[in-house]
Design a protein around this ligand. Sequence first.
Ligand code: NAD
Length: 974
Amino acid sequence: MTSSDRNQRIREIGSALMQAAREEETRIVRKHRWETALLDWCMRDRDLKTRVFRFIDVYPSLRSPSEVVRHIREYFPHTDHRLPAALRTGVALAAPSGLSRGPVRAVTEFLYRRVARLFIGASDEKEALERFHDYDRRGVRLSIDLLGEHTLSEMEADRYFERYLRLIEMLGGLDAGPERKNVSIKLSALDPRFDAVDQLGTSGRVRDRLRRLAEKAREKRVFLHIDMEDYSSRDVTLRIVRDLSEEEPFRRGVHLGVVLQAYLRDCHECCDQLLEWGSSLPVPLTVRLVRGAYWDTEVMLAQERHWPVPVFESKAETDRAFEALSARLIAASPGIRLAVATHNIRSIAFAMAEAEARGLARENVEFQILFGMGDSLLPGLEASGYPVRVYMPIGEPVKGMAYLVRRLLENVSSQSFVRRGIHEESRMDRLLAEPLVREGGLGDRNPAGAAASRPFFKQAVMRTFKHALERVPSGFPQRVPCVIGKKDISEGKTFFSVSPLDETIRVAQGIRTSPEQAEKAVDEAFKYVELWKDTPAAERAACLEKAADWLESRRDELASIEVYEAGKPWRQADADLVEAVDFLRFYAKSARELFLERATDRLVHETNITRFRPRGVTVVISPWNFPIAIPAGMTAAALAAGNPVILKPAEQTPLCGWFLFRALEEAGIPRGVIQFLPGFGEEIGPVLVGDSRTAVIAFTGSMEVGLAIQEQAQQRRPDQRLVKKVIAEMGGKNAAIVDISADFDQTIPAVLESAFGYAGQKCSALSRLIVLDGIYDDFTARLVEAAASYPAGNPLDPAVKCGPVIDKEAAARIDRMIEKGWAEGRLLFQGSLEDGLPPQYIPPTIFDCLPDDSALLEEEIFGPVLCVIRAADMQEALKIANHSRFALTGGVFSRTPTNIAEVRLRLEAGNLYINRPVTGAVVGRQPFGGFKLSGGGSKAGSPDYLREFCVEQTVTENLFRHGFAPLEGRSTEE
Ligand code: NAD
């Protein structure tokens, strides 16, 4: 068949489907006149649409009529004339007396449920059965999907499992074959620790639950279709299903199907795998071909992590891939049973034309639509003679909110065929035309060249990293010299850095720099002030960029070393490398701009400029918790600004510091410009800080040390010729508030990550969680259940997010705090760890009911300990949050606009995060740093930070000579 014949046939099929769809749509609109009008009202303009979606999103969390009225008012403050009449009157009448709040809530609930029921087929299994019979009588098949909350705990996973089991049992009782009894399952619902990076653990756990469901399904002759979720989980999902299908008794034939997403750029590679797998099976493999439902998520994640966007950015590219894939899968029939799941008439018609051209029997290709979304297509599909299936989500309509919002978004997207377009003749040609791909996309979202985090969920990336982890210990303990002037000093007193993972692993043996050597280092650094100052800013910047490239090229090795030396989990270690690279590139770029001369006001006879000059020898004193990124940031800023540096890494992580030094040296920074002094802060710190020649002290670490440095730096020496600049970034006692309108599904993972990620050893870690009274018990109950699934243990395991604390001393200090917590408050939760781990492994721990003056609420714990505090209302919550000496990070989880506004205004935190974790600032995107006793000055990762390392000079030149002023633009003849 020629391509024009094919297109002609597609047109014929498409036109028939379209005609049938028009008639059905008219009937549906008539039947649901009222809901359709409501939807049309909601979608009238973009602003209103956003408000409606947000309101739908928050509604299920509103517990009282007054909360409902309050949120209607807040979400629709200027649009009350557009509210449906019943609500408008109700809200207007909802006086402070509260008399009409009940009825307003009732009306809202009624509207909400009516709209939800457009897309959610049944509220429970019993009702689902009725639907099954309705459709079955028409010869239409169903696939039932269970809606619900995110699975955050084992209890929730068990609940899902039981619900699936009941559903399979129920369908099993029907007198029908597996082609009619079909259940759709999202694997992430079966495991609270579902993590694409932890492929082995995840597949083991999920397979156990899925196996039991598959056994039951096999016994009851029910088909299980495994849904596909986001891109990162695709490979692990396929692996689970594939592994299961190879087990006895399933290898003899299993009723399991999988999904192929056409919007992924690598969809053809995935199709290759499915075809290869299908060809090895004794029964046909069922593949549901979809476009993909997580486009926004994929784009957002890729942007956040600087990954290439895994999805096509234009609809036409996806359409084209969809057609190509359907052709490939049809060609593989009957080894593959294709289910074409789309509402796009062109794609449907294409697949039908293709099946016809191949002479395929109708029963070999199925067409699927979504309940409530593609209903108007149903009669046309039924008439076509192909099997038709409706994918029907079931569940409590109010709880199915996330699904509802997604469907509404699709339903009203301008590209959605259903509801729009089918009545317009002119659109028909366009709808049935071949997809035309145009150039363009979302554009470059990474102009600053920021480093991308490692996609560990990819097998190849994971293998390389594992290999590096296995390889690096063979070089331990690595010798770390001290570098003074041009010389490496490798002889003298030494100390070891031991791994927090296991004290028997000695990672590095560093020279223990003596006070005399520190003094010598200042002498040497002083000699390089002029040389480095006179190196053009662009040249200095280029060195930093080369150092960034060097670090990036060795990132697996360096991140592996960090896992051992700092006890960081994989992703955190990689993130530290990313941050170091970003700092180097960011300050290089900022310095190029900062060191340009700036003209100020000019007179006819006078030029004025200001420019920046370096301050002088800079001492960098860094902590162990970001052992490459933090010293890299401070050192890069100092060097970019033209200052020689004396770099003193933390004594716990000298090897990480050494690699930073090497990166800078390999990048061409002349020997002598950086002195590298491994050793103990209390021994050499005072020498460096107290020396009258050191101009800047850039310190990041604890409040005690930071304040002591400030104090010492302020004492003037007789020979002092400068005012020392101290840049001190110190600790935190960070608080986040959970409002009654918070989304628990989103809040709980963010809280756990903020409090227990890297065992709480971040200055930004969440330490005080303030929960409003109205939700306190429900929230803490779910938090505690979820905390039990937070992966703690040895960070060599990629699943682990909470590893050991840095050393035994830190562990003893944290243990003392935990004992205090036991004595003063109530232990809400303490995790359990594998037996035999050394004492520096501390399980995630949660307390509440602590007295106001408890040390647990005031002092930085720097371990995996979270204190929960109850607050009557937002005002009290803010008061508690601000009752701290620190002000580093803070957060709020809320969907109430006025409360968010209040927190924005009043919460004292250098970095305030709304509805997201309170850790994880990105260079350039979230400039980082606190105030009060957390520090001060300009923020790290902001262009202003560089100025801290400079002095500003104004240069004025008088050009007036003997009555002549060189006026700009004046002609000499005048
Ligand atoms: P620390 O204060 O014990 O040590 C930090 C550095 O100071 C180390 O290099 C240490 O050797 C040195 N030092 C110790 N005594 C000194 C002295 N008397 N004079 C000069 N230097 C001295 O802190 P740490 O345990 O390495 O790090 C954890 C602390 O750092 C936490 O309080 C954390 O909140 C803070 N921190 C803050 C930020 C931020 O950006 N605000 C970032 C990371 C860590």
